[in-house]
Structures are given as structure tokens and as C-alpha cells.
Ligand binder design. Structure first.
Ligand code: SF4
Length: 400
């Protein structure tokens, strides 16, 4: 059985670094235009070149999302962008629109069909393969049996989502946001209108809101839970898909690092001993520490009915991300932290490491870059030295 690739979101260069350092085999990103996360940080051309270099230096792969549904006005700039991506050496482009696919075929780029194209059957997968796609990212709305059937009848590589947010509609093929706000999900500008709280209003009483009360829990009638296939990872791997994808280009560094490390450990553990594969409590605990809505297995097991959460649209509170370890001096047991959240002497923190075990301690002393004693670190990106109880790996995340 082939070990599937673990594919992680790279919303910006720092998240790309975190994803690769914490164990992803490949990352996907969007440029400033033409990807479906118009409000993410996204990558300039200069950053794309830097990202390709960083990724390839580690022997890993990098894919560019070019998955908007294009209009004629986009075509010239798209052709230019695709030719830039080919020259930059990205390993593949993710495409939904047949016009964009035809432009990509004029380059030497490998083509992956985005989940936005909603491939739900073998005929569609085979057709995209005939058109030149080497990989199909299947629609999230498929059962395990359907995935197996497509795998058995199509020579293209398959990729499926294993973790992250879902849409109430077929992955972004939705007009709700455009209708309510003018921002188009199909051009990467979704306002997540499905997560809003809706009421009924009678037209002659515009300021009176009547709850859409299916029951006493609330009225977030279109709010999807988050996908998590970790508990069924063995079945996912046995389905023979080539790539396991984590959603979340808009999510935090803490989220990317945490989720990637869990799936990395779980995939490796399965291949170390498939007959004795068990989901470890520490993996579940880590996935509970990142911001998320209640988890669901989505459509994978065939029911697809417990995918909504009606009572709130807010994700759970995550552990707070305080800083990144940029240097460690073993002689003095001092870690230099690049600050991201407020912290102070006396605070209890934990260090989440790329490879080693997570450890907790209380901050007993802090010094600034000039070695002056300080008691709190209020400035973003300030470098702060603190004494650590255990050796801390570079790129460990300090969290509350
Ligand atoms: S509004 Fe919701 S369902 Fe529609 S594209 Fe956005 S996230 Fe998906």
C-alpha cells in the first residue's frame, strides 16, 4: 500500500514553514489573485519563488490554487500567471474551471482538479484525467464506498479532505454570500454567510425578529461542523487515495502546526504497524486544542446527516498562541521567543514542538534583546529570552 501524502494549507510564508516543519509532505497556497481565498494573506510572486525554494530544499511539494471560476476579463492575466507558476517550478496547479485548465495545458504544469469542480463520480474523474489532470481532489460529499469505486475505475491520483471546515453547499458552489453581500464565493471572496444567525421578519414590522426556532438550541440553520476523519484514518488510508488534505488557508500557525503534527504521527503510526493501529488520546487532545467547531465524519461513513451545528457558529476557544522559539542556548537553557501574544512572568505556558513531546512550565524570568530584565512582553514580534525547564526545539510554539 502506498503511503499517502499529507497535504497542508499555507495561508502565508510562515504557515508554509510551520506546515513543512511539523511534518506535511506538501503544501498548497494561493497567489494574490485567482485562488478561492481572496481575503487570506496570499503570496506575491516574490514570495512564491521563496516558498518554492524553501519547500523543494526539504524535498517536499508545493501546489498553487488557481481555482476561481474565471470570467473573460481574467484570461490574459491568468495565462501570464500560469506561465509564471510554471517558470517558478511549482509542482502542480489546482484548477476548477475548464477554461483555466485549457490555459494550464499550454504550460508544462501538472494539473490537479480542485474540489471546487465537484467530482462526485468515476465518469467525471476519468474525463478530467483524459483532459490532462494527473490528480482529482474529490468532492467532500462522497462516502468511502464511492471513493473506492472511483479509485478502482480511474487511473488519476485521488485526493480527499480529511480535516477542516466544510460548506453547507457543494464546497463553495454557492451563491449565498454573493446574494447577501456582493462578495462571490466562486471568486474567493466568501463571507461565510451560512454561519450567520438568521431570523424571520414579517414585512410590515421590519425591526421585529422572530427566531427560526427548530428547537430551543438556536437557529444557525446552515452552519456546518468541521470535518475530522482521524478516528477512521485506517479506512481512509486503505481506500488508496494518494493525498490527504487539511483545509484551512485562513487558519492560524498554531492550527496548522497542531493538525499537521497529529496527522503526521497518525499516518506514520499506521504504516509502522497497520495491524495494531489505534487512535491515541494525545492526538485527540491536540485536535481539541485548536479552534474548531464540533467535529463530524461528514459523508465518509455514509450518513452525512450529523454535519450541522445549530446552537452557535463560533468555533471553540483554542489554546492561545504566544510565540515561536527562534533560538535555544543549551548551556544556559535559554529560549529566544519571537512574541505573538501577551505573556508575563509567573504565567503557565506549554511548548508544542515539531518533533519532541510537549512540555509545560511557569515563566520564571524574562529578558529583552538587550538582556534587560522585563516582566511582560506586550509588543508584537518582540524577541524575548526566557529560561526553559527542558530543551526547546527551534520552531516550537509557546502557547497558554
Ligand atoms: S456561504 Fe457558506 S456554504 Fe456558501 S460558499 Fe461560503 S462557506 Fe460555503
Amino acid at each position: 500500500m502506498i503511503k499517502p501524502e499529507l497535504l497542508a494549507p499555507a495561508g502565508n510564508f510562515e504557515k508554509l514553514q510551520a506546515a513543512l516543519i511539523y511534518g506535511a509532505d506538501a503544501v498548497y497556497f494561493g497567489g494574490k489573485n485567482f485562488s478561492l481565498r481572496a481575503f487570506g494573506d496570499n503570496f506575491t510572486r516574490e514570495e512564491i519563488l521563496k516558498a518554492v525554494e524553501f519547500t523543494h530544499a526539504r524535498g517536499k511539494k508545493i501546489y498553487a490554487a488557481v481555482n476561481i471560476f474565471a470570467h473573460n476579463a481574467d484570461l490574459n492575466a491568468l495565462a501570464d500567471y500560469l506561465s509564471f507558476l510554471a517558470g517558478a517550478g511549482v509542482d502542480a496547479v489546482l484548477i476548477s474551471d475548464l477554461g483555466v485548465l485549457s490555459l494550464a495545458r499550454e504550460t508544462n504544469l501538472k494539473i490537479h482538479v480542485s474540489t471546487q469542480a465537484n467530482v462526485t463520480n468515476s465518469a467525471a474523474a476519468k474525463f478530467f484525467h483524459e483532459l490532462g489532470a494527473s490528480r482529482i481532489v474529490l468532492a467532500r460529499e462522497l462516502t468511502r464506498e464511492e471513493i473506492l469505486a472511483i479509485k478502482n475505475s480511474c487511473a488519476a491520483e485521488l485526493e480527499i479532505f480529511v480535516h477542516g471546515a466544510m460548506c453547507i453547499s457543494y464546497s463553495g458552489r454557492c451563491w449565498l454570500s454573493k446574494f447577501l453581500t456582493g462578495r462571490d464565493a466562486n471568486s474567493g471572496a466568501c463571507t461565510h454567510s451560512c454561519r450567520w444567525k438568521y431570523n424571520l421578519v414579517e414585512e410590515t414590522r421590519p425591526n421585529e425578529f422572530f427566531p427560526v426556532g427548530e428547537d430551543e438550541r438556536g437557529s444557525y440553520v446552515m452552519n456546518s461542523k468541521d470535518l475530522c476523519l482521524l478516528p477512521h484514518l485506517d479506512k481512509v488510508i486503505q481506500s488508496g487515495v494518494a493525498s490527504l488534505k487539511i483545509e484551512g488557508r485562513m487558519k492560524s500557525v498554531n492550527y496548522v502546526a497542531g493538525v499537521v503534527k497529529v496527522y503526521r504521527a497518525a499516518i506514520d503510526s499506521y504504516f509502522d504497524n497497520p495491524n495494531d493501529f489505534k487512535i491515541r488520546d494525545e492526538w485527540r487532545a491536540e485536535l481539541d486544542k485548536v479552534a474548531h467547531r464540533p467535529y463530524t465524519t461528514g459523508f465518509f461513513l455514509g450518513d452525512g446527516r450529523s454535519t450541522e451545528i445549530y446552537s452557535t457558529s463560533k468555533p471553540s476557544r483554542a489554546s492561545e498562541f504566544l510565540g515561536i522559539v527562534r533560538a535555544f542556548d543549551a548551556a544556559t537553557m535559554t529560549a529566544t521567543i519571537e512574541q505573538r501574544g501577551k505573556f508575563e512572568v509567573g504565567q503557565r505556558v506549554e511548548f508544542f514542538q515539531p518533533h519532541g513531546k510537549t512540555f509545560s512550565q511557569t515563566i520564571t524570568s524574562m529578558r529583552d534583546e538587550n538582556d534587560l530584565e522585563i516582566f511582560s512582553a506586550p509588543h508584537a514580534q518582540q524577541l524575548v529570552k526566557i529560561s526553559v525547564d527542558e530543551p526547546a526545539e527551534i520552531w516550537s510554539l509557546m502557547r497558554s
